[in-house]
Design a binder for this molecule. Sequence first.
Ligand SMILES: Cc1cc2nc3c(=O)[nH]c(=O)nc-3n(C[C@H](O)[C@H](O)[C@H](O)COP(=O)(O)O)c2cc1C
Length: 359
Amino acid sequence: MCTFGLIALVSPAKLHLFRAGPTNRAIAQGLGSVLRLTDDLTLSPPVFLAPMAGITDLPFRDLVSRFGAGLVVSEMVASQEMVQAKPGTRERAELGFGHADTAVQLAGRDPYWIGEAARMVEANGAKMIDINMGCPAKKVVGGLSGSALLRDLPLALSLIEAVTAAVSIPVTLKTRLGWDDSLLNAPELARQAEAAGIRMITIHGRTRCQFYKGRADWAAIRAVSESVDIPVIANGDIASPRDARRAMQLSGADGVMVGRAAGGRPWLIAQIAADLFGTRAPTPPTGRALVEMVLEHYEASLAFYGDDLGKRVIRKHLGWYMDDARTAPDMRRAVLSEPDPARVMALIPDALSPEHEAA
Ligand SMILES: Cc1cc2nc3c(=O)[nH]c(=O)nc-3n(C[C@H](O)[C@H](O)[C@H](O)COP(=O)(O)O)c2cc1C
């Protein structure tokens, strides 16, 4: 099932669907909803699903794509581990059927391995590669990848160059405002990245040392928007169309990327896009339609990972679906503690029904 290499071959290219005009920023802020990354690749609408390890796997990306998203990004894939086929790594880069609007995100600290991984991802049929220079986790930073690269721009640049030299598909970058308040060097990194061929940059409006504390500073992203001509995407704490509008205004960015708030609400990206860019508004499912969607997500997870891992991975999504449905605590506990997938599926209709809402 997780046949890296086979699945992607049948992804139809959903490119060239929109006409793009002269400059990205003018289009995104004025005429409409198209970002041109290269002559061959446009993204529309510029409202994207953020990469989230353990969350944005193929079943979830697929669901979000079906509601509508200009781009969905895979979980971060460690380059060397992927090339060496370490268990679990290649599944993260799976593209699935029918969705060309997926970027595979690579993390790495060695130009050789990240270049090899990029070649592999392109050969598998990906249309875009994103490089992770934002992950704050100690394990990643300790290995000198993720946001640690903000403290070593020459290494960051050599990784970017290794990827852009290895592939002909567009390469993008995701990072933070800087390492800490005394090193807010995202604009410098963005300028160097643009010169090295990066086609779009996403900025999470926090520093590495903030991890996820405080609020994302959308206004601080403006320094990056004003430093480069490539599209800039604002990220961090965007949970509604109102937030997205404000983030775009304050940051001067060309689009937004939404992470945590999409958990349990796979339609949120499409809702934001409809509000900001006038694309087709999704109908958030309720009642029977919601139950069917959640059951389908559950089954997709079991099919993708196998029952044992699948039932564990999907549990956090079930928790978010139940948060959104305001499921009563006892019912919630029953669903989340049930080990048998068939019994979980039998409980889902009740758990998501209004009678089991918390008082
Ligand atoms: C559980 C989790 C996993 C994440 N994994 C990744 C990742 O693999 N790559 C990455 O660039 N960012 C990762 N992020 C950061 C998100 O992409 C995003 O930048 C951050 O959550 C802020 O956006 P949000 O407030 O919309 O969630 C992760 C965040 C969370 C919460």
